[in-house]
Design a protein around this ligand. Structure first.
Ligand code: ATP
Ligand code: MG
Length: 412
């Protein structure tokens, strides 16, 4: 295999854990036995930070494990039937997969056959930009001869025939949009987009875990609104009943823009806005996605903050921070900016209060209320709550004595 181009290696490529791994697995064979592959190569070429390191190797998993153990790596047999093992040293993990091609596919899982052929391995990968390989000297290999050009043009293109690749694994539909959201240019590859649209019915056969993983990555991207627009437009998300009511798309767009502007991108708020700020839609979304429990909690809090009076003055912002926390209040302010309930000119000040205001503790306890003469029982909780509401209405100014006095007055 000949390299297609050579770039300067990244500093992390000479770190001992990775260099040692290549040494252990390459031996003294002239042809590459092991290469970096997939996301890490793509990201280097696109100038994007590398998060995890995947490697492809000609050796079978048993040999890989043996060589790694001999070189002092801990080895985890992550997915032996697919040829994947994970090597760990000094807390750094590397996923190593034997070259393979898919023998049988059913839309979700594949049975695989190992091979020595880099081109075969490249052909089973999803997109041309993900089918690039690199050694530690910076030599880049592009067995398909398409990946480097597509990186250049920011084209997300299926390897081979799009419709067939989707038939083999329906998750690739969502991956198409995910990679578009993260690395794509303005234009969609027409064949890919058409095949995704035609195959959209099949998404529901996938596990919620797999759908969720991809969907949340799309939603967490810098500008998810364009991708979601096209996904809804092309009926990719038709299994979501509320997709028909997604005309709130401008709302979602403006909200994401504010999150970006103020660098306050909470995913749970994004989802809630996408769901039209409706708990009912959130519940429906939960049938489609496996949302972390905290997302629903966050949505309830955000709904609570939005139900307070408009966050258009300092005392209202403070009340929201006190009742619902800083993060929820920041998100609520951005929702209200879109709704024109908060003026643009007030937003920075409001967000500064959210960040910097020292949240006070309510200075009165249940015991104080009892000492003031209330009967033990639910009355105490009620009295405490109504006193706290009064204290909040007074913009948290009354001190303990003033609160107690108010409490006694009430009792009298
Ligand atoms: P990132 O890790 O940044 O999310 P990635 O490209 O590394 O992106 P992974 O899901 O880690 O994505 O997969 C690693 C590589 O394995 C991909 O680059 C691709 O070559 C291949 N791959 C992963 N999932 C599929 C799939 N469903 N079909 C075909 N190839 C796949
Ligand atoms: Mg990866």
């Amino acid at each position: 295999m000949h390299s297609a181009k050579t770039i300067s290696p990244m500093p992390w490529m000479s770190e001992e854990e990775l260099a040692g791994l290549f040494e252990a697995l390459q031996g003294d064979v002239a042809q590459p036995a092991v290469l970096l592959v997939g996301g890490c190569v793509r990201n280097i070429l696109m100038g994007v930070e590398v998060e995890d390191i995947d490697l492809a190797i000609v050796h079978k998993p048993e040999k890989v494990m043996k060589l790694l153990k001999e070189a002092g790596y801990s080895v985890i047999p992550t997915g032996l039937q697919h040829g994947t093992v994970t090597a760990v040293m000094n807390g750094k993990a590397f996923e190593i997969t034997t070259l393979r091609h898919d023998k049988e596919t059913d839309g979700r899982r594949a049975t695989v056959e190992f091979t020595h052929d880099w081109l075969e391995d490249a052909k089973r990968r999803d997109f041309t930009i993900n089918a690039l390989y690199m050694d530690l000297s910076g030599n880049v290999y592009d067995p398909l001869g398409q990946g480097l050009g597509d990186i250049e043009d920011k084209t997300i293109r299926f390897v081979g025939e799009a419709a067939q690749r989707i038939e083999e694994d329906h998750l690739r539909i969502l991956r198409f949009f995910r990679f578009h959201a993260l690395y794509g240019g303005q234009d969609y590859d027409a064949e890919g987009l058409k095949a995704c649209e035609a195959g959209a019915d099949k998404i529901k056969t996938l596990s919620r875990e797999r759908i969720t993983q991809e969907f949340l990555k799309i939603l967490a991207s810098d500008d998810p609104q364009d991708i979601l627009d096209i996904m809804f437009e092309r009926n990719i998300l038709k299994d979501l009943d509320f997709s028909a009511s997604y005309p709130e798309k401008d709302f979602f767009r403006y909200f994401c823009n504010f999150q970006k502007k103020y660098r306050l991108s909470a995913l749970s708020a994004r989802i809630f806005v996408m769901a039209g700020l409706s708990m009912e839609n959130m519940k429906e979304l939960e049938e489609y996605l496996l949302l972390p429990k905290v997302f629903l909690k966050d949505a309830i809090a955000l709904e609570g903050a939005l139900n307070l009076s408009d966050l258009s003055c300092d005392s209202a912002v403070r009340e929201s921070v006190y009742r619902f926390g800083r993060s929820t209040t920041a998100q609520a302010i951005m929702v209200e900016l879109v709704q024109d309930r908060v003026m643009n000119s007030y937003a920075s000040k409001a967000l500064e209060i959210v960040q910097k205001w020292d949240v006070p503790d309510f200075p009165v306890s249940g015991e104080d209320i009892m000492n003031a003469g209330y009967e033990k029982g639910p009355e105490i909780g009620e009295a405490l709550r109504s006193l706290e509401n009064w204290w909040i209405e007074q913009d948290f100014k009354p001190d303990r004595d003033a609160c107690l006095e108010k409490c006694v007055c009430k009792f009298k």
